[in-house]
Structures are given as structure tokens and as C-alpha cells.
Design a protein around this ligand. Structure first.
Ligand code: FRU
Length: 485
């Protein structure tokens, strides 16, 4: 693995020509995705600034241009009219001011009265590498570029640690105020959320206090990317707790969870109705962000990073890694989230593949089951050996997913086997395969499992037992891999 110096990781990109050759090389990778957003070069991590505005969806991702390494972060901009076909739009935010001299860290957007506003963390570091995170704002101008406000909205509080970031802006109708949620860490290293409010978006922000979540006072060491959304009258708190292991997640210390309950902005209390649940049960899913201005009180639209902060992936030597999930629709049903891929995705079905034990290079597999024990192995060798194996145990009502059979192994120390509870029994799997990812939707969205996967050319077989129906499709590509910087 390449060792990066601080200078290399934090090198400023002055001109697109500095990475054009890198792009040409990366573009040839057999693992370049065909219908998922991925970095032009380097690393893409958290989704940022996800919003519907003026007939278009805007999304940004945390971007280090130089390679598969966390370093100087830019916001890279992509747009879509349907959440399925995406175009590269170039750099949205660049770290070119005092306040964000070491990166434009994560944040969100909101569209109000025809204007598009962005909120992000300016990651400032001084010459001794001491960090000061500022909450900054920007606006979309008439030319489609983001213009930053010259001064931050507010700086960090000194009664919390340096980990204060990821502003998520929400509007509360009852209070007729805007709120910014900041992912934070207390001085004794417990994860939490800080809440600020204002009548106006670009001024007047004041600190309201720390979010109380009864029962979650000591749950992980930092809550990254917090988000509260109301779906069908229920409040949902989504966040990424880190620096802790959680039961069922093997050795990983980075997670993405949600709570369903009630948010009271007067007492700053989120009262959960039941225990936390995993947003996704897979190996690689983090920093999920909901879109603003969805315009439907009964659903949210969410996208996440296929990757985890401390993980490394096999494309690292090719100087790129990371991808976004397919955007998902979230609904609240019987005390849990039901997640389904956004509708237009299945319009990418190009041709049905005969069920001859060969997976599409990028496409979809849909299977229904009898309810009994079953085993589905994806990406096996031609003889059915190895692969990424899903073993469903009908007595335990649980699927165990095991990637140890793949020839490319990575992140072994965080665990290569995870299980998914399926309390209502396995009826259906809808599986989205791209060239380096797999997303499994169980029983029409009762649970999901997202993972990177790096099959070799020999690993495109599959085997399946005890099923009712099986269909496979090749997909059309829907994300342009163009060099726009
Ligand atoms: C989550 C995160 C955020 C931060 C960003 C920096 O993956 O650590 O908390 O803003 O990434 O890239």
C-alpha cells in the first residue's frame, strides 16, 4: 500500500490538467461503475448537498483528487433529472479560504424561494495542525456556481471537542425556524448532536443546545452526519456513530443507524419509540444523507457512501475508490424503515439474461423464495465454487452473508461475515450488481445489504437453491464517466 505524505494528501489542485492522465488511466479500470456515482479520480466519500432545486437533483461528494486517500477534501458536483442518470458537473466547493484551508467537509443544502443554499464544514488547521471546524454557507449563483459567504455562520464551541461538523439544515414548520444539526463529540468523547437555529438562513444563528436522546447518552464516540426527517408523521433520526463496535457488526467501528420517534424542538429531545436499527446491514455503507425538498411528506430520499472511513479497497493501487449507493426511497411502516430503490432504476433493464448461471457485469437479479432454507452464491467461479454467499436459515430467520470465497479479499480484520435478521422470513431478493458493488434489497425493502465487491473475470457465475422464480437483466449505463473538473 502506498504511504502518502501529508503534503501529498493535502496538495491543492490548481488545474484540471494535473489529473487528466490519472483520469485516463482510471477510466480503463474493470471496476469502474456503470450506473453508480463514483469519483472522477481519487476518493469519493460522503454524499453532500443533496437537494431538488429548479427541476434538477444536485448532489456533491467528498472528494480527494489525488488518490484513494483521505486528504484535502473538495465538494465534487453531479446532477440528475431523475436520480438515475447522472452527469459530472465539476468542482462545487474548493478549499480556498482561511476557514476551509484544509478541506470543505460534509454538509447539506436547502432550496427556499427559488434560491439554493449550502452549509458545510470549513476544516481549518493552523501551522501546528490544530483543527478549528467552522460552519460555513454558500449560495448557487446565476451561472450555476457556488459562491461562498466570506465569513462563517459560526465557529466551534469550546465546551465540546474539535469534532463538530457536518451541518444538516432542516426547516421546522411549527416553529417557523431553520435548524442546523451538527455531528459532535463531548469533551469526554461521547457522540452527540449540537443544535443551532435561526429565522434566516444566512444570518442570526444561535446555539440552542445539545440534543437529548434518552438511552443514547453514551453510544459511540462521535456522531457523524446527523439528520432528522419527518416521514408520515414520525420523526426519524439518522446518524453514523463511530469509535465503537456494535452487536451484529463484527469488528467494524463505523456504523449507520436510525431511530424512529418524536423530535421536540422546544426541549431539544428526540424520544425514540424503539431501539436503534441499522440503516443497512452490509460491509460498506456510511454517512447516508437525505435529500432536501423532496416534496412528499410520506417519504425521504437517501443516498450513502459505499465505503467506510477506515477501510481500504482493491482499487487503491489504481488511485481511486468509493461509490454512492443507488438513491433510495424511505418509508416508515410498523416502526421500521422500508427502503426501496428509486423507481426509475429498473428502467435501466436492457435485456433479460437467460438463467444460465452467469451474472450480468452490471445489472439486476430478482429472485423469490419458498420460505425454507436457501443458499445463493454470487460471483462464483464457472464451476459454482467460491463467491459471495448468502445463506438463509429459516429456523433462525436470518441470512448470513459471507464474502470469504471471493479471490480478492480485503478489510479482513473488520469482518467478512455479517448476518441480517429477516423476522418475517425470506420471500424476495432484489440485487443490484455493478462492476464493483452489490446492493441487496430483502423483501421489498424490509432490510438492505450494501457491499463493495471486486470479482475477477472468472468470477461471474452464481448458484441458487430452493427458489420460486429467478430473473436477471443486463443494465444500460446511466452515469457518465466524463472528465469534468
Ligand atoms: C464522515 C466524515 C465527516 C466529515 C467528512 C470529511 O465520513 O468524517 O464527518 O465531514 O467525512 O471527509
Amino acid at each position: 500500500m502506498k504511504e502518502w505524505t501529508l503534503e501529498e494528501r493535502y496538495r491543492v489542485l490548481n488545474d484540471p490538467s494535473e489529473i487528466s492522465e490519472l483520469f485516463e488511466r482510471i477510466k480503463k479500470s474493470v471496476y469502474r461503475q456503470k450506473y453508480h456515482i463514483q469519483p472522477v479520480t481519487g476518493l469519493s466519500s460522503d454524499p453532500n448537498g443533496f437537494v431538488y432545486h429548479d427541476g434538477k437533483w444536485h448532489l456533491f461528494y467528498q472528494w480527494t483528487p489525488w488518490g484513494a486517500v483521505h486528504g484535502l477534501k473538495y465538494w465534487y458536483h453531479v446532477t440528475s433529472e431523475d436520480l438515475v442518470h447522472w452527469k459530472n458537473a465539476g468542482i462545487g466547493l474548493r478549499p480556498d479560504s482561511f476557514y476551509d484551508n484544509k478541506g470543505n467537509h460534509s454538509g447539506s443544502a436547502i432550496s427556499v424561494d427559488g434560491q439554493l443554499y449550502f452549509f458545510y464544514t470549513g476544516n481549518h488547521r493552523d501551522e501546528n495542525w490544530v483543527r478549528t471546524p467552522y460552519t460555513c454557507a454558500a449560495k448557487l449563483d446565476e451561472t450555476g456556481k457556488l459562491t461562498k459567504l466570506p465569513e462563517p455562520l459560526f465557529g466551534p464551541r469550546d465546551d465540546y471537542s474539535e469534532h463538530q461538523r457536518d451541518p444538516k439544515v432542516v426547516y421546522n414548520e411549527a416553529k417557523d425556524r431553520y435548524y442546523i444539526l451538527i455531528g459532535a463529540q463531548t469533551l469526554d468523547e461521547r457522540g452527540t448532536v449540537l443544535i443551532y437555529s435561526s429565522k434566516d438562513l444566512l444570518e442570526g444563528w444561535s446555539f440552542e443546545g445539545q440534543l437529548n436522546v434518552p438511552g443514547y447518552e453514551s453510544f459511540g464516540g462521535m456522531w457523524e452526519c446527523p439528520y432528522i426527517v419527518n416521514i408520515s408523521g414520525k420523526d426519524v433520526l439518522i446518524f453514523s456513530p463511530q469509535y465503537t463496535t456494535l452487536p451484529g457488526r463484527s469488528e467494524s467501528t463505523n456504523h449507520n443507524v436510525y431511530l424512529i420517534g418524536h423530535m421536540d424542538y422546544d426541549t431539544l429531545t428526540f424520544t425514540p419509540e424503539n431501539d436503534y436499527q441499522f440503516l443497512d446491514f452490509g460491509f460498506d455503507f456510511y454517512a447516508a444523507q437525505g435529500a432536501a425538498n423532496v416534496g412528499d411528506p410520506n417519504k425521504a430520499i437517501l443516498i450513502a457512501w459505499i465505503g467506510l472511513p477506515d477501510n481500504h479497497y482493491p482499487t487503491e493501487p489504481e488511485e481511486w475508490e468509493g461509490s454512492m449507493t443507488i438513491p433510495r426511497e424511505l418509508r416508515v411502516v410498523d416502526g421500521r424503515l422500508i427502503q426501496t430503490p428509486v423507481e426509475g432504476v429498473t428502467d435501466l433493464r436492457e435485456s433479460e439474461i437467460p438463467a444460465e448461471n452467469k451474472l450480468p457485469e452490471y445489472g439486476e437479479l430478482e429472485a423469490t423464495f419458498t420460505g425454507g432454507d436457501t443458499r445463493l452464491a454470487l460471483f462464483t467461479g464457472a464451476d459454482g465454487s467460491g463467491g459471495f454467499v448468502i445463506n438463509y436459515d429459516s429456523a433462525k430467520k436470518e441470512a448470513v452473508i459471507d464474502k470469504r470465497g471471493m479471490s480478492k479479499r480485503y478489510n479482513e480484520s473488520v469482518g467478512e461475515v455479517l448476518s441480517v435478521p429477516i423476522p418475517d422470513g425470506l420471500r424476495k431478493l432484489q440485487i443490484f450488481i455493478d462492476r464493483s458493488s452489490v446492493e441487496i434489497f430483502i423483501n421489498n425493502g424490509e432490510a438492505t445489504f450494501t457491499s463493495h465487491v471486486y470479482p475477477t473475470v472468472e468470477e461471474h457465475g452464481y448458484t441458487i437453491d430452493n427458489y420460486n422464480s429467478l430473473k436477471l437483466w443486463n443494465y444500460k449505463a446511466s452515469v457518465n464517466d466524463d472528465f469534468v473538473v
